[in-house]
Design a protein around this ligand. Structure first.
Ligand code: 8GP
Length: 838
């Protein structure tokens, strides 16, 4: 059947009625879906039913775009970016899809006219939290930008049944609960069982010389798992593009079950089914830490193999020879989690499609590009050789072969330099042997990038130095960005209205246009509007805080916010030390003039990371003391907002006055929360780390609160022998603060509770809190002085937002496309529109 003819057949009603983008049509399909999809009528319908009915009404409006996009790409044989990521931290879809379709207000009105509370319906959506933090959220921003820029792309990942855990705070401690996000169904995905693929695991290999002299390898697995794709449309902003996020779910392959069944082993068959389905059961909740867990390696291989097989299926469907794989697909590896793709593509090409090794290697290297996301040494993935061999016996052989050829090249380049050979090897042989995934990614990719300028420089000079010396041209920087659609238009409708009324709507697609706000910083009237909006956003957040934390906070106090994963290197405890210092000051001088401040923290700790959990307990402990002390007279409030997520982020960033970006210099690869705060008009207090440096560069040193050691200073201090205890002894204020924690002031007299934290700081302080303490406290003093000059602060806030254009993920994606992917935009023509006009 011809595609256009088919589209015409289902046509005629669509645009004008069925999927029209207006209020009345929305109402109609909402009611249709309530009856025909949910099978409910108003007297029986729950909020969730209403949400689902609206979601399906919106989905109907996506499908036309989705189908048109697929048809357009197929017809053009478009070059496609495959973004491979073990995490996609999408956040709720409904609001975002309404924004991108341009019918947010219409939907709101339609629901209101039906007597429903629109915001309440939006709040029904369980957020797909299929990621831990920065890396997963970046993937989500990137696929939004690719769709907006009309770049053909597929996001490939895992459909975890349980996403990142739900955090609650009980007695000041983090408590984790499973995230059953699929409980009420997911209206945004379409299962595509017809494109399921089989993935092998375990077993052994057989090598055979054929009669014609060729060598063939057979991998005889011990297990087979079926990968079933679930597709979610990813809309561009107000264009016709709907790209695809394809997430793989693991299921037991029926045929395999049958073998066991036939042997009469019913129990064994069921167990096998369960163990197969385990593969996509749960997201590993560790941020920046190696796993070393068998299931994690299996997950990584599972989604990579599914995705590469899927790309091969697409090529074969378009009758493209596999020699052209790298011309059809640009595959980006989001960190090393999908790095096994290098060996898997080699296996597919050489073992299964009989391509000669050298040819296959050329194709592979031209296909992949690798993004590194962290400088933390403990986060560099390595797999113990025995484990690797057990799960992926054939891949280990392939990696050995890649390594042998690679190290030959290294020896030719650096004769006699065996130390260098050992450093570069894909196998770490310094002790028990490991496969180094970052090395595999570097060797198998034509491009390697860091995510902020400093980070890329540190990769070149430090973490990946030997690779940089070998292949300097492979390296480039691609500074991160975030999508202004979610992080401004959706999250901050008030500001969006003011900005669009002032400079038009172009900024939403071309964030540089925010520059046009600069002159308005001089208008008292505009500044007053700007402040009103911030105040309204703060009031809304204050309500959330009252509900969740049972603490009353004053929307007129400064909202000083640190939200991100809890980590020692991110130094939430440095902020805690400052709060205690302020508290002591107030105790000593009860009448001190101090502009009221509300300290807001949020973020999850990896469940096994004890120190991070203790940091949460410290913050809540400080809140318990400070919030209740009458002597403070409400001048300080400390809250820990539970369960920081995309949804909560959307409420927090627009309400912040001060953005805390206080990691030890040289530790935070980029940061992306810093950009969300800046766009929404918060001023940053930060170190010379990650993208902070670039934020300061664009906003100007006058509009940024800088403190702390620089990376070279940190290195120097480390080299000369850092003794935190000396710093403690030399700074009476620091001493008083630390003693107070140590003596149990924030743990109801329990002097043992925070001991591990205090001792770590006193005797090791690996992240240099003590060295930066004085500088931080003084900088906060400047923040306080600036804050009381309201007009000045507002001017700075406007300028921060006006100069945030660089940090749109649209800019990041343009950079990737220009330097790495070379994938041209393919605008989409709506199929039905074509026929309506024809
Ligand atoms: C994060 C970096 O820590 C952050 O600075 C950066 O902005 C973000 O990636 C996006 O580039 N890294 C991770 O989230 C990370 O390495 N996570 C892996 C363990 C999952």
């Amino acid at each position: 059947m011809d595609t256009r003819a088919a589209a015409a057949a289902v046509d005629h009603r669509p645009l004008s009625e069925r999927a029209a983008l207006n209020k009345e049509a929305l109402k109609q399909s909402f009611l249709d879906n309530l009856f025909h999809t949910q099978g409910k009528f108003p007297a029986l319908a729950s909020k969730s039913d209403y949400y689902l009915a609206l979601a399906y009404a919106v989905r109907e409006r996506l499908l036309q775009r989705w189908i048109s996009t697929a048809a357009e790409y197929m017809q053009k044989g478009a070059r496609t970016v495959s973004y491979l990521s073990a995490e996609f931290l999408m956040g709720p879809h409904l609001g975002n899809n309404l924004i991108n379709l341009g019918i947010y207000d219409e939907a709101k009105q339609a629901m209101t006219e039906l007597g429903l509370n629109f915001d309440e319906l939006l709040a029904q959506e369980e957020e797909p939290g299929l990621g831990n933090g920065g890396l997963g959220r970046l993937a989500a921003c990137f696929i939004d930008s690719m769709a907006t820029l009309e770049i053909p792309s597929l996001g490939y990942g895992i459909r975890y049944e349980f996403g990142i855990f739900h955090q609650s705070i009980v007695d000041g401690w983090q408590v984790e609960k499973t995230d059953k996000w699929l409980r009420y169904g997911n209206p945004w995905e379409l299962q595509r069982p017809e494109w399921a693929v089989q993935v092998k695991l375990g077993g052994y290999t057989e090598h055979r010389s054929e009669e014609d002299g060729t060598l063939t390898v057979r991998w005889i697995p011990s297990r087979l798992v079926s990968g079933v794709p679930y597709d979610t449309p990813i809309l561009g902003y107000r264009n016709n593009t709907a790209n695809t996020l394809r997430l793989w779910s693991a299921q037991a392959p029926e045929s395999f079950d049958f073998e066991v069944f036939n042997r009469g082993d019913y129990y064994g068959a069921v167990m096998q089914k369960m163990s197969s389905e385990n593969l996509s059961k749960v997201l590993y909740p560790n941020d920046e830490h190696e796993g070393g867990k068998e299931l994690r390696l299996e997950q990584q291989y599972f989604f990579v193999s599914c995705s590469l097989q899927d790309m091969i299926r697409i090529m074969q469907g378009q009758r493209l020879p596999l020699e052209h794989f790298h011309e059809k697909f640009a595959v980006q590896l989001n960190d090393t989690h999908p790095a096994i793709a290098v060996a898997e593509l080699m296996r597919l090409l050489v073992d299964e499609h009989k391509m000669p090794w050298n040819r296959a290697w050329q194709v592979t290297c031209k296909t992949f590009a690798y993004t590194n996301h962290t400088l933390m040494p403990e986060a560099l993935e390595r797999w113990p050789l025995p484990l690797f061999k057990k799960v992926l016996p054939r891949h280990l052989e392939i990696i050995f072969e890649i390594n042998a050829r690679f190290l030959d090249e290294v020896r030719r380049r650096y004769p006699g330099d065996s130390a260098r050979v050992a450093r570069l090897s894909l196998i770490d042989e310094s002790g028990p042997r490991y496969v180094r995934m970052a090395h595999l990614a570097c060797v198998g990719s034509h491009a390697i990038n860091g995510v902020a300028e400093l980070h890329t420089e540190l990769l070149k000079s430090d973490v990946l130095r030997d690779f940089y010396e070998l292949w300097p041209n492979k390296f480039s920087n691609k500074t991160n960005g975030v999508t202004p659609r979610r992080w401004m238009v959706l999250a901050n409708p008030r500001l969006t209205r003011l900005v669009s009324d002032s400079i038009g709507e172009d900024w939403i697609k071309h964030l540089d246009q925010l520059q046009k706000l600069e002159p308005l910083a001089e208008s008292a009237d505009f500044r007053s509007h700007w402040r009103e909006i911030k105040r309204a956003n703060k009031r809304a957040l204050a309500e959330v805080i009252a509900r969740r934390c049972n603490v009353a906070v004053d929307p007129d106090s400064m909202f000083d916010v640190q939200v991100k994963r809890i980590h020692e290197y991110k130094r939430q405890h440095l902020a805690a030390l400052h709060i205690i210092a302020l508290y002591l000051q107030l105790k000593a001088q009860p009448n001190l003039e101090l502009a009221p401040r509300t300290f807001i923290f949020g973020g999850k700790a990896a469940p096994g990371y004890r120190m991070a959990k203790l940091m949460i307990k410290l913050i809540t402990g400080i809140g318990d003391v400070v919030n209740r002390d009458p002597m403070v007279r409400d001048r300080l409030k400390v809250v820990f907002l539970p369960n920081f997520s995309v949804t909560n982020g959307q409420r927090i960033y627009p309400a912040a006055d001060l953005s805390e970006q206080i990691s030890t210099a040289g530790k935070e690869a980029s940061g992306t929360g810093n950009m969300k705060f800046q766009m929404n008009g918060a001023l940053t207090i930060g170190t010379m780390d990650g993208a902070n440096i670039e934020i300061r560069e664009v906003v100007g040193a006058d509009n940024f609160f800088l403190f702390g050691l620089t990376t070279p200073q940190v290195y120097a201090l480390q080299a000369q022998g850092y003794r935190p205890h000396d710093w403690y002894e030399q700074d009476p204020q620091l001493r008083e603060v630390i003693d107070m924690i140590r003596d149990g002031y924030f743990s109801r007299g329990d002097a043992s509770l925070f001991r591990p934290l205090v001792d770590s700081l006193l005797w090791h302080d690996p992240y240099f809190l003590f060295a930066d303490f004085r500088s931080y406290v003084e900088c906060q003093q400047r923040v306080g002085e600036t804050w009381v000059d309201t007009e000045r602060w507002t001017r700075m806030s406007i300028l921060n937002s006006a100069r945030s254009g660089k940090f749109s993920s649209d800019r990041s994606i343009r950079d990737y496309t220009k330097d790495i992917w070379h994938a041209p935009s393919v605008p989409v023509e709506l199929l039905t529109e074509h026929h309506v006009r024809a």
